[in-house]
Write a protein that binds this ligand. Structure first.
Ligand code: SF4
Length: 212
């Protein structure tokens, strides 16, 4: 049994797949408390559902792309089974994870979008750097930048782990904290090998809108 916060159909917003229609399975619970979190409603709210019922629900949308998000999906052990079963059923499966839980046992067919938490999130100490060894070519790493300190820290991590040579690097601002143009200028000044991305959902819909 899994605790599900919501299942909904929208467009993929925060990866190199941005803009593609996607079914989102938002699972309940998170063991981080990022300063900028915009999904606090997923910390506890949700309903119990069996893996097969979730897959049945997903199939209703007739969309081949599915993403597990949260909260933190990997807290619930059955999320691993859900991903496996979705892959075997022929879905293209993505996982958004905070980067503090091990991704070692995630089905290799899953495209992982993994955060590395920057200093201003106040969750940096939770980063599970061992995960970097398990990243595959199809995966992506995301940095959410709120300050210049965050940006400089990201550069150190990229060079320390040769990370931008391994996987695409996604880079966005903390909404309302840092102007996009500021981050883009920093990236251009350094000619950094990263992909700047807008939080598409906050532009298409109202920033606080749920289920989109
Ligand atoms: S990992 Fe995601 S859901 Fe959890 S506190 Fe941070 S931003 Fe919120």
């Amino acid at each position: 049994m899994l605790k599900v916060n919501e299942i909904y159909f929208s467009v993929q917003g925060e990866s190199t797949y941005a803009g593609r229609p996607c079914v989102f399975i938002r699972l309940t619970y998170c063991n981080l408390r990022c300063t900028y979190c915009d999904t606090e409603y997923a910390f506890y709210e949700g309903y119990d559902s069996k893996v097969d019922s979730i897959i049945k629900e997903v199939k209703k949308y007739k969309c081949n792309l599915v993403e597990l998000t949260g909260g933190e999906p990997l807290i619930q052990e059955e999320s691993f089974v859900l991903m496996e079963k979705l892959c075997s059923a022929g879905f293209e499966v993505m996982l958004e994870t905070g980067g503090h839980m091990s991704i070692k046992e995630v089905d290799k067919r899953v495209k992982i979008i993994m955060d590395l938490k920057c200093p201003s999130s106040k969750m940096m100490k939770k980063n599970h750097y061992e995960n970097i060894a398990y990243l595959k070519k199809i995966d992506e790493v995301k940095f959410v930048i709120g300050t210049r300190e965050d940006y400089d820290w990201m550069k150190i991590i990229l060079s320390e782990y040769n990370l931008d040579k391994k996987v695409p690097i996604l880079c966005s601002v903390v909404f309302g904290e840092l102007e996009p143009v500021t981050l883009v200028n920093w990236i251009l000044e350094d000619n950094l090998n990263v992909r700047y991305q807008l939080q598409m959902h906050k532009i298409i819909w109202e920033p606080q809108e749920r289920g989109v």
